[in-house]
Design a protein around this ligand. Sequence first.
Ligand code: PRT
Ligand code: ZN
Length: 283
Amino acid sequence: MLRIALQSKGRLNEQSLELLESIGIKMDDPKRKFLTKAKNFDIEGLLVRDDDIPQIVSSGTAALGIVGLNEVAEREAEVYIVCKLGFGGCRISLAIPKSENYEGLSWFEGKRIATSYPVILAKFLKENGIKAKIEVITGSVEIAPAAGIADAIFDIVSSGSTLVSNGLKEVERVFESEAVLIANKEMSEEDKEVLDEIVFRIDSYKTSKGKKYLLMNLPESALEEAIKILPAMRSPTLLPLASKGWYSLHSVVDESSLWDKVRALKAIGAEGILVIDLDKIIL
Ligand code: PRT
Ligand code: ZN
């Protein structure tokens, strides 16, 4: 049975389980189990610390894993990165005390930088010809400058508020990360087939994300204008209504432009507009 390694608790745990659930893979009691079976799919989940996932997948203990790209890069894991998953977005950045005057990377020459990502940092410094001392710290890296352990930090940033509240400023964005699906490089043919099915389902889920299904009634005179307003995978679906001269028009729209489109459609005479959540789009 194909096994997928997932973070047992932490930032990626819930969204990993939610993503699997949204593609029809529901793990049985993942909060309390270390190894859990899916209820309706031939797959089992191995719930572990995120740090261990790259190694678990590269060694083949699990064929698949969901983990931050930052962890894959830091562990230099020999795995396939199958696809990005659209959550857990963050970056690893260099940050320095906000009172410092920063004019470029040479600021870091000879400085001490605290981080939990020494491999990614060492590579970056080498590429840029900077010699600095890397202080490896696990956890609460942001307090290192105030504690006198380091001059600067190299840490995960998302909103940036942790830096601000520790009197630091972000000066270099070095590594962009998000949750990714990773796979063992020597999967069996059988496991590859399951992976193909999972990727197919993830694609349809990602395509439907941020999209809404829109349907409305329109007088015949407004049809041409409405079709210009509404994009569609081919063209909008048009169905005649029982009352003569009226049509029902259906289309998929991006949530970001939903209200603009609704306003424009109302202005040309659309009535009874329904906005419906989309579950999947199979292209
Ligand atoms: O226990 P386990 O080892 O499994 O978990 P963990 O504590 O090592 O990791 P966890 O759950 O904190 O994060 C898991 C993954 O989420 C990371 O490897 C990243 O890929 C991703 N991620 C996304 C983040 C963040 N956003 C994030 N903001 N990981 C950590 N942070 C921390 C960061 O370290 C800093 O302390 O949040 C703080 C910064 O946040 P802002 O919003 O103040 O900038
Ligand atoms: Zn971790």
